[in-house]
Design a protein around this ligand. Structure first.
Ligand SMILES: [Zn+2]
Length: 208
């Protein structure tokens, strides 16, 4: 397997790690406007690489061609960027709606979460459920994505997340709308903090 490269950026937010072309969007603590305004919902975001090239190809093989064994090496890449001292009470995958899970046969975020959880000896907890099917995010503009997923997630009944620290796992982060909706649900359920770990993120630096 050709090694995909981690995301490189000269300027990025200290909290959500969003890369920027220059330091203009960042304040003196290197924090971006969305994080300053508390708009992200999650407390931190860590990502392995950009959603392009090699990594994008591997994610497509994994997700759309059903190459489930790729979960192991891809999970290892995620583990590599998670600070070694990080501990969480639960590793929580972003859920798929049951209908899409049934079509695909598996939830890619859950397979990745299982590998990260195993490597770090932390429990994986399927804490979230999707309340309704959402339109496929690809192709929706930023505002549409936010509207599409807000309120789409809930904590499974009977789970006590009070004061828990959560590591939320997804394969790809695009605008962050899905992660934000998940983080909001986890916090409504009592979670103390939600950190997001994704394999890849769409690098929007030269698109907007
Ligand atoms: Zn930020």
């Amino acid at each position: 397997m050709v090694s995909p490269a981690p995301l490189q950026a000269e300027f990025s937010c200290a909290v959500c790690n969003t890369p920027f072309v220059n330091d203009y969007p960042l304040d003196e603590h290197s924090v971006c406007a969305a994080c300053r305004g508390g708009l992200r919902g999650f407390d931190r975001a860590i990502c392995f690489g950009g959603y392009e090239g090699n990594l994008r190809g591997l994610i497509h093989l994994f997700k759309y061609s059903g190459m489930k064994p790729l979960a192991e090496p891809l999970g290892r890449l995620m583990d590599r960027v998670l600070p070694i001292e990080d501990r969480y009470d639960a590793v929580v995958p972003v859920p798929l709606h049951w209908k899409r899970r049934w079509q695909r046969g598996f939830n890619q975020a859950e397979l990745l979460a299982a590998h990260v959880a195993k490597r770090r000896a932390m429990p994986m907890v399927r804490a979230l459920r999707r309340k309704r099917a959402t339109a496929v995010q690809a192709g929706l503009a930023s505002a549409g994505r936010k509207k599409n997923v807000s309120g789409a997630f809930a904590v499974r009944s009977g789970l006590d997340l009070n004061d828990k620290t959560i590591l939320l796992i997804d394969d790809v982060m695009t605008t962050g709308a899905t992660a934000r909706a998940c983080a909001a649900a986890l916090k409504r359920g009592g979670a103390k903090s939600v950190s997001l770990l994704t394999l890849a993120r769409v690098d929007r630096r030269w698109r907007e």
